[in-house]
Design a protein around this ligand. Structure first.
Ligand code: ADP
Ligand code: MG
Length: 161
């Protein structure tokens, strides 16, 4: 699934090199929503990447990281990037609606996960989406097989690679 998102991001930003380091991870959830969230983060990384700088995508243990070598995010803007329609002053000359990360936050939150944006070591931005892995000890959905409101057996397991 991360691979599919990368294919879509590459189509939209053919000049950006996207490097992958993916390990198979299984998470449970809505594939379309999760893929949309990953594409939104990838689109941002590509949009802010200077010519020739790669976007690095990692996947391990339910956590997807997308790192770029762009200008980074002003610490003053960081608390607002998940707000709907928020666009940092530096972003206003670039295309976008300010909705991308708000959608990411909503989707990831809805899957019991977390999303964090931070300045990357050595410059640029690092975005991490952490999702609960399926089949592990921890389940954000409560008992999975009690037939109650938290029973999510009807949602197919989604291998994320
Ligand atoms: N990789 C990034 N590098 C620098 N700034 C970023 C990055 N990702 C997000 N941002 C900042 O967060 C804001 C919100 O992102 P988003 O919701 O995707 O809106 P949009 O991409 O439409 O501007 C952006 O306008 C930008 O200021
Ligand atoms: Mg965006």
């Amino acid at each position: 699934m991360v691979g599919d998102a990368v294919v879509r991001a590459r189509l939209r930003a053919p000049d950006v090199t996207i490097d992958l380091d993916l390990e198979p991870t299984r998470v449970e959830g809505r594939r379309q929503q999760l893929e949309r969230a990953i594409v939104n983060v990838l689109d941002n990384a590509c949009k802010w990447s200077p010519a020739g700088a790669p976007v690095e995508v990692g996947l391990r243990d339910g956590t997807i990281t997308v790192r770029d070598h762009g200008a980074g995010i002003d610490p003053e803007d960081l608390p607002h990037v998940f707000d709907r329609f928020y666009r940092a002053p530096a972003a206003r000359s670039l295309p976008g609606s300010g909705l991308g990360l708000a959608i990411v936050h909503k989707v990831v939150d809805g899957h019991g996960g977390t999303v964090v944006l931070e300045s990357a070591l050595g410059g640029g931005t690092s975005a991490s989406i952490r999702l609960p892995t399926a089949g592990g000890e921890y389940s954000p959905f409560g008992p999975a097989d009690d037939g109650g409101p938290h029973d999510r057996r009807h949602e197919a397991d989604t291998p994320v690679t």
